[in-house]
Structures are given as C-alpha cells and as structure tokens.
Write a protein of this length. Structure first.
Length: 172
C-alpha cells in the first residue's frame, strides 16, 4: 500500500473510532445468549464492496479470528459488528473492540477493565463516601441492593476468566 493510501486509510480508521459506542459495561441490556446468525449481510466502503449477501454466523462459546492483508476491511467489519449495523444483531451480547495499541497507564489490565464498569465504580465510590461519613439508611441499602443485582462482587473473577480465555496469563 503506498504511503498516501495508507495515510488516507489511517484517517478513515480514526474517524470510525469516533463512531464507536463508549467502552462501558451495560448491566440492564437484555440480550440473547445463544448463537448469532445474520443472513444477507452487506458491507461496503466508498468505492468498494466488502461483503455481499453474506451469512454471518457466530456460535456461542467459539473463538474466531480475522485474517487478511492490510486494507481488506477487517477493522471495518469489526466496527460494523460493534455498532450493530446489521439487522439481526440487536440481540447480540455486548461487544467491545480492543485496540491493538492503546495508551497505557499505571493500572493493571484487570483494573482497566473493571474501570469500564462505570456503574459499579460509581456505586462503590458512593458507598465508600457514605461509610466514611458514617451515613447509613435508605441510600446505602439501595447501593448494596444494586451492587448485588449487578453481581459486583464477582466482577474481578469474571474479568480474570475473560482475560484467561483471551490468552492472558496471571502475570500478564
């Protein structure tokens, strides 16, 4: 790919990133839990048809990878899936796109993922404030009920299982 075409491609990817939903755990979304099957998928970018009348099938519990040369549309497809652009993806479980290269900070991978659960983090912060100020009552009770509903006590274990499934070791 020539340099000018590569630069244009990178600008398009940067613009696509801005259309992605925020990285946030959504607790109240009702989604399906089985296989995902979407028929007749069409995907194009200006001047190029990437998919035409394609069946898109993902089996629950399976792992998939996309392989292809640069510029063929792998990232475009992933962005379309995450944005639920295809009719039939409405019941798909929450999907997050993990970038290959991200700006890191001092947090561990586990801490970074746990921070994406804004509701959990906000509830725990509010709980800490109420406990510190020795305030009790209805609000603290409501916080504990909601933390229980979203299974906040299991969040770290779930993150570690997810990371293990992606090939992360405990040390990583």
């Amino acid at each position: 790919m020539e340099k000018a075409a590569f630069e244009k491609h990178m600008q398009k990817l940067s613009a696509m990133k801005k259309t992605m939903p925020p990285l946030e755990v959504i607790h109240n979304k009702k989604v399906g839990s089985g296989d995902i099957r979407v028929e007749g998928v069409e995907l194009e970018v200006p001047g190029k048809q990437l998919l035409s009348e394609t069946d898109f099938i993902l089996g629950r519990g399976r792992k998939y990878g996309l392989i292809g040369r640069n510029g063929i549309g792998k990232t475009t497809l992933l962005y379309a899936i995450c944005r639920r652009e295809f009719k039939g993806l409405e019941t798909m479980p929450q999907t997050l796109l993990v970038e290959q290269e991200v700006q890191g900070d001092d947090r561990t991978v586990v801490e970074t993922i746990l921070c994406s659960d804004k509701e959990r983090a906000d509830l725990l912060a509010e709980e800490a404030e109420l406990v510190k100020s020795e305030t009790s009552g209805d609000r603290l009770k409501a916080i504990y009920e909601r933390l229980n509903e979203i299974e906040a006590d299991q969040a770290e274990t779930k993150v570690r299982i997810l990371l293990n499934g992606l090939g992360f070791t405990k040390e990583m």
